[in-house]
Design a protein around this ligand. Structure first.
Ligand code: PEP
Length: 253
């Protein structure tokens, strides 16, 4: 059975004190209100990782990073390597978020290297893919997303593919308040799963968790997460408020 996951992406938000306050609220609320096998992950800014990890302690919530370098070690000022994350026992890392693609020029070739570094360090990559509005309007969304998946993941062995989590995040739905309909989400998730099946076989494709991301909130989560091929969500804005995020998590049964 595929792992259900709800991951919060805090992006570049919150002071240290605010981040600690939010983590403390989430620990309390998740332990008292949430009763599910869903993995809950908080992807927080790099400098907060050890503190938030320590704070989460024995709670069921896991911590993740929002990026890592394509390099292992060395003279790369300002970068953070997957092995550094591993040395802090950080289990998850988001890779290929559309904001990294858009503002930092990350492309499929680079992301393939980052995926490799994350896997070598035994991190679980949450690999993001998704189309901008103009691509959807032109009817080329399936083609683009399949290309993103192929470029970043199709060099992986069967064994390594199983270690990946995919997040389908239509760019036009990220931070805009405009969410994909459940039908649009399901269609694209099924396309991705079919693509994985064509390369890695049906059994492998059925094991990969595919999350939906893009303006998920407590009101729309139920419909989106009920889709057959949607295994949870990558949540930005709504993960910054404890009540809203816990209500999203509680949708998972
Ligand atoms: C995200 O950051 O991955 C995201 C989906 O953001 P939001 O939920 O705010 O659209």
């Amino acid at each position: 059975m595929r792992q259900k996951i709800v991951a919060g992406n805090w992006k570049m938000n919150k002071t240290m004190a605010e981040a600690q306050a939010l983590a403390a609220e989430l620990v309390g609320m998740v332990s008292s209100e949430v009763n599910t096998n869903t993995s809950v992950v908080l992807c927080v800014p790099f400098p907060y990782l050890p503190v938030i990890k320590y704070q989460l302690g024995k709670s069921s919530i896991k911590v993740g990073a929002q990026n890592c370098s394509e390099h292992e070690w060395g003279a790369y000022t300002g970068e953070v390597s997957a092995l550094m994350l591993k040395s802090m026992e950080i289990p998850y890392v988001i890779l290929g978020h559309s904001e990294r693609r858009q503002y930092f020029g990350e492309d499929g070739k680079l992301l393939a290297k980052k995926i490799d570094k994350a896997l070598t360090a035994t991190l679980t990559p949450i690999f993001c893919c998704g189309e901008p509005l103009e691509v959807r309007e032109a009817g080329n969304h399936e083609k683009l997303v399949k290309q993103q998946v192929e470029e970043a993941l199709f060099h992986l062995s069967d064994a390594d593919l199983k270690k990946i989590v995919i997040a389908y995040e239509p760019v036009w739905a990220i931070g805009t308040g405009k969410t994909a309909t459940a039908q649009q989400a399901q269609e694209m998730h099924a396309v991705i799963r079919k693509q994985l099946a064509s390369k890695y076989g049906e059994a492998a494709a059925q094991e990969i968790s595919i999350l939906y991301g893009g303006s998920v909130n407590a009101k729309n989560a139920h419909e989106l997460f009920s889709c057959a091929d949607v295994d949870g969500g990558l949540v930005g804005g709504a993960s910054l408020k404890s009540r809203e995020f816990v209500d999203v998590i509680k949708v998972m049964k």
